[in-house]
Design a protein around this ligand. Structure first.
Ligand code: ADP
Ligand code: MG
Length: 271
C-alpha cells in the first residue's frame, strides 16, 4: 500500500495560555507502527484526543486517508476507521469481557429507529454474529478463556488487552494505543509487541504512545518525539536514538557532544 493513513499539519491545541500541542506535523504510512514519545506532559495524549475527536483542534488540519476530518465528530471518525485506547482503561466493571467487546461491535448491528424495521429473528441472528466476532477478537488478544469473566475480576494487564479487543471491534484501519504496555509484566509486554506487529502485518496502521523506550525502539518503524507540545525529532529508531535534541530532552543534558553508544542504550536503542 502507498500513500498516507494519518496526516497532521500544523496541529495545535491550546488550553488557555498553555499550548499542549504546538504546530505538529506528522505522517503515518499505512500498515506501519509509528511511535509517539516524549516526557510527561509533552502533549502525547492530547494529540490522540485531537485525532480521535475527543478534543477540538485550536489550529491545523487532520487528514485521514486523504480526507479532512479536523471537524468530524467522534462517531464519524470511528466510522471512518479510527479507534483508540485510553491511558487509563475505561471499562465497565460489571460487564464480562465478551459483553465489553460486543459493545464495540454494535455499530455494525442496526439499533434505534432502524432496528424497529428488522424482525426479532434477524436481530437475534445479528446478535449471534456479533458474539462470534467478539469471541474471535478475544482469542486474538489471548482472552478467549476470560470471555465470561467480569471486568472487575481481570488483572490490569488483561484489562489493557481487553481495551485493545474492544477498539478492534469497531473494524479500524488506524489504532491509537496510549501507554498500552505500561504496568504490564515482561511476558505480557512481549505478547502486546507480537500482537501489534501482527495487526500491522494485517494492514492496520498503529500509532503508539509509550514510556518503555525499549518497547518503542524495537517495535516502531518510525518515531516522532514531542517536548513541551512541539515536535523535536522524527525519524527511524536509529535516527531518534542518535538525535541530540532527543538525548537532551530525555537525559536533561546540554547538546555539548554527539550521542555516545551509552546514551543511545540509555534511551532504549539496543541495535
Ligand atoms: P502527555 O500525554 O504527553 O503526558 P498530555 O497530552 O496529557 O501529555 O498533556 C499535555 C499538557 O496539556 C500538560 O501540561 C497537561 O497538563 C495539559 N492538559 C492536558 N489536557 C488538559 C485539559 N483538558 N485542560 C487543561 N490542560 C490540559
Ligand atoms: Mg499521556
Amino acid at each position: 500500500m502507498s500513500g498516507v493513513s494519518l496526516e497532521l499539519c500544523g496541529l495545535t491545541r491550546r488550553f488557555g495560555g498553555l499550548v499542549a500541542v504546538r504546530e505538529l506535523d506528522m505522517r503515518v504510512a499505512p500498515g506501519t507502527i509509528h511511535g509517539l514519545i516524549g516526557p510527561n506532559g509533552a502533549g502525547k495524549s492530547t494529540a490522540f484526543d485531537l485525532v480521535s475527536g475527543v478534543t477540538a483542534a485550536s489550529a491545523g488540519v487532520i487528514r485521514f486517508g486523504g480526507v479532512d476530518i479536523t471537524r468530524a465528530s467522534v462517531e464519524a471518525r470511528v466510522a471512518a476507521g479510527i479507534c483508540r485506547t485510553f491511558q487509563t482503561p475505561r471499562l465497565f466493571e460489571a460487564m464480562t469481557a465478551l459483553e465489553t467487546v460486543m459493545t464495540g461491535c454494535h455499530r455494525h448491528v442496526p439499533y434505534g429507529f432502524l432496528a424497529s424495521v428488522f424482525s426479532a429473528g434477524s436481530k437475534a441472528r445479528a446478535e449471534a454474529a456479533t458474539e462470534v466476532q467478539a469471541l474471535t477478537l478475544l482469542e486474538r488478544v489471548g482472552l478467549d478463556r476470560d470471555a465470561r469473566t467480569p471486568v472487575a475480576r481481570l488483572s490490569y494487564g488483561r484489562r489493557r488487552l481487553l481495551e485493545i479487543a474492544r477498539a478492534l471491534a469497531t473494524g479500524p484501519s488506524l489504532l491509537l494505543l496510549d501507554e498500552v504496555a505500561s504496568g504490564l509484566n515482561p511476558v505480557e509486554t512481549t505478547f502486546v509487541s507480537d500482537l501489534v506487529r501482527g495487526l500491522a502485518r494485517d494492514g492496520l496502521s498503529v500509532v503508539l504512545v509509550e514510556h518503555d523506550m525499549r518497547f518503542v525502539m524495537n517495535l516502531c518503524e518510525r518515531v516522532t518525539v514531542l517536548n513541551f507540545g512541539a515536535r523535536i525529532a522524527d525519524g527511524t529508531p536509529a535516527e531518534i536514538a542518535a538525535d541530540e535534541a532527543v538525548i537532551e530532552a530525555y537525559l536533561g543534558r546540554p547538546r555539548a557532544q554527539a550521542a555516545s553508544r551509552r546514551d543511545r542504550r540509555r534511551i532504549g536503542y539496543t541495535a
